[in-house]
Design a protein around this ligand. Structure first.
Ligand SMILES: [Ca+2]
Length: 349
């Protein structure tokens, strides 16, 4: 079964075949939810029970797969679980239900879909934020507030991956304002516009408010940001298929005698990290990398195999993971430690 449906401002529902009777074997159903006007889509699951997890804990007996092609975003759900609201990054979400034989049972699902407001709260500890209309140009007369709210005690890092807003000396036409804290009454940290990729933003608080506005003419491609947060004051998880991250306080040097780690989590398959800038000074008189270095692990913890340890001013060559995780740890000593690094990650072609 295949259906294309249009999301509107009011909620509509999709149910699995026969809901709420038991799911059948060998079902393949696909719904393509499209939002007009390049809007984003909100999907909620008032009821979800799709196949039990297999003995290995995976979704091999039946799975609901939500994906967005233009940003390579995939989410897989199975079991009798509660599913958080899904907010799309783009204007099309495909919902694909497949069951095997045996299907693992379950009563199926009921979901609601509607156009999401561009005012959104990002409460996960890491994620990506795209301008409305991505990957096309942003719409005219946008007024969107995007609140990043990490758990209390965390600090937030915001990295710009792509940025292009209409240019103006005072950013009078289209702009992205960044406020410290959870409201626009907090201190205004930056007003950003034009074609230049802004430096990353590091805040010791757990909340940042972004306000994007556009006027009624001349739109550009907008922005793609990644953010992460950590109770350790720097670093954190990096999710999404591609993004940018930098050493703490980049392009200023990180604090002396500090350690930061970033865990890159790919949805599936291996991915690649490339350093665009690298300045992690070797200590004079030392032969190898001892107090000031970047070490990359092929896995999610420091007990995973080390791919390489880097220091100096030569840009390391491209690094590939063998699985879904890469851990990048930056250890800074004292004295002259260099300005750090800027890196990007993306799926391995
Ligand atoms: Ca404009």
């Amino acid at each position: 079964m295949w259906r294309g449906i249009i999301a509107t401002d009011s909620p509509h529902f999709i149910t699995s075949p026969g809901f709420p009777s038991l799911l059948g074997d060998n079902e393949i159903c696909r719904w393509s939810i499209v939002a007009a006007n390049d809007s984003q889509i909100s999907i909620k699951f008032p009821s979800f029970d799709v196949a039990s997890r297999s003995a290995q804990g995976d979704c091999s007996q039946g799975v609901l797969h939500l994906y967005e092609r233009s940003v390579s975003r995939d989410s897989y759900y199975c079991g009798n679980v509660s599913i958080p609201e899904y907010k799309s990054l783009t204007s099309t979400v495909v919902v694909l239900l497949t069951t095997n034989s045996p299907s693992g049972g379950g009563t199926g699902f009921r979901l609601s879909y509607q156009i999401a407001s561009c005012n959104q709260t990002y409460s996960e500890s890491s994620g990506q934020i795209l301008s409305p209309g991505w990957p096309g140009n942003y719409p005219h007369l946008s007024n969107c507030q995007m609140l990043i709210e990490a758990p209390s005690g965390y600090s937030v890092s915001l990295y710009f991956h792509i940025f292009s807003l209409e240019s103006h000396e005072q950013c009078a036409f289209d702009d992205l304002q960044v406020f410290n804290g959870s409201s626009d009454t907090g201190p205004l940290l930056f007003t950003l516009c034009g074609p230049t990729l802004p430096s990353p933003i590091f805040t010791p608080s757990n909340a940042l408010l972004l306000r994007f506005t556009s006027d009624d003419s001349l739109a550009q491609s907008g922005f793609h940001l990644t953010y992460t947060s950590s109770p350790l004051g720097c670093g954190g998880n990096l999710t999404g298929s591609s993004g940018t991250f930098t050493s703490h306080l980049y392009p200023s040097p990180p604090p002396a005698n500090s350690t930061c780690s970033w865990l890159i989590i790919a949805h599936q398959g291996s991915h690649v990290v490339e350093f665009e800038n690298f300045d992690v000074l070797k200590e004079p008189g030392h032969f190898g990398c001892s107090n000031n270095f970047v070490v990359v692990y092929d896995g999610r913890t420091e007990s995973s195999p080390i791919i390489a340890t880097y220091c100096g001013e030569d840009r390391p060559s491209q690094i590939s993971s063998s699985g879904s995780y890469l851990l990048v740890k930056h250890v800074s000593g004292s004295g002259l430690i260099g300005s750090g690094f800027k890196a990007t990650y993306h799926p391995r072609p």
